[in-house]
Design a protein around this ligand. Structure first.
Ligand SMILES: *[C@@H]1O[C@H](CO)[C@@H](O)[C@H](O)[C@H]1NC(C)=O
Ligand SMILES: *[C@@H]1O[C@H](CO)[C@@H](O)[C@H](O)[C@H]1NC(C)=O
Length: 237
């Protein structure tokens, strides 16, 4: 190979490696702080998989004093603005949307401090599970046979009512979000315990907080986490 070509190749390789490491940030000890409610502050995340999703588990840690409804994780595809949405309806209820359909779950009351919420859905059965602080609500079903689209816009802290926008202030998040993880499979109860304990043994393969490709919008800032342990009501976390 001519030397010039070799140099160009090496240079490209170097650029590819550095741009990748610059884009992926380890937020393991950090939170995304949404200092006030708005329609302009959110975080855009990039998925690590490009295939459609027929099975998933998504988890988020949140710390807020809001008692009104708010969106945590919103995934829109063209024509399906609630392709996946995890939404707190009140301190004792949550909504999960898949493919623009919704299910409301009654949950244990959100605690002061950090709460851990996970939603899981499998196309093969339609079964939806909502966990809050390690406690699963009775399961329900929706969207059996459906697949979540392949052009997702993934947003933390706002509810997309169009593809990438149309946010409403009364659904916006204010507070702190951390440990966002998403998998393209259903976590077993043991894996759910690991996820709740923020273990690096079960990092997400769709979204991984310890290696995240993200963009901050508006007033959101990254800050060190003040509390290392989540405030879940269980032994050993
Ligand atoms: C959803 O929240 C509204 C108030 O925001 C409340 O009136 C309603 O009961 C909640 N739904 C459930 C199932 O808890
Ligand atoms: C938010 O406000 C809009 C209009 O201001 C209203 O139509 C909508 O029902 C409100 N949503 C919630 C969740 O309160």
């Amino acid at each position: 190979m001519p030397e010039k070509m070799m140099k160009t190749l090496l240079c490209c390789l170097f650029l590819m490696i550095t741009s990748r490491t610059m884009a992926l940030q380890d937020l393991g000890k950090n939170v995304a702080l949404f200092p006030k409610e708005s329609t302009t502050s959110y975080v855009i995340l990039k998925s690590q998989v490009t295939t459609s999703l027929t099975s998933l588990t998504a988890c988020v840690n949140f710390h807020t004093t809001l008692t009104r409804p708010f969106a945590l994780l919103s995934i829109a595809n063209p024509g399906k603005f609630n392709d996946l949405l995890i939404y707190k309806n009140s301190t004792t209820s949550s909504k999960v949307f898949v493919g623009d359909e919704e299910i409301i779950f009654t949950t244990p009351e959100s605690t002061m401090g950090w709460n851990h919420i996970c939603a899981a859905w499998a196309s093969s059965t339609g079964v939806v599970t909502l966990w809050q602080n390690g406690i699963p609500s009775p399961r329900k079903t929706m969207k059996k046979g459906y697949s979540i689209g392949t052009q997702p816009i993934i947003i933390l802290g706002q509810d997309q009512d169009s593809y990438g926008g149309s946010f409403e202030i009364n659904q916006s998040f204010e507070g702190e979000i951390a440990n966002v993880q998403m998998w393209n499979f259903i976590l077993s109860p043991y894996e759910m315990e690991l996820a709740m304990a923020n273990s690096n043994l079960i990092d997400g393969n769709v979204l991984e907080w310890r290696s995240l490709d993200y963009t901050l919008q508006g007033d959101v800032i990254i800050q060190p986490k003040l509390q290392y342990k989540t405030n879940c009501r269980c032994n050993g976390c």
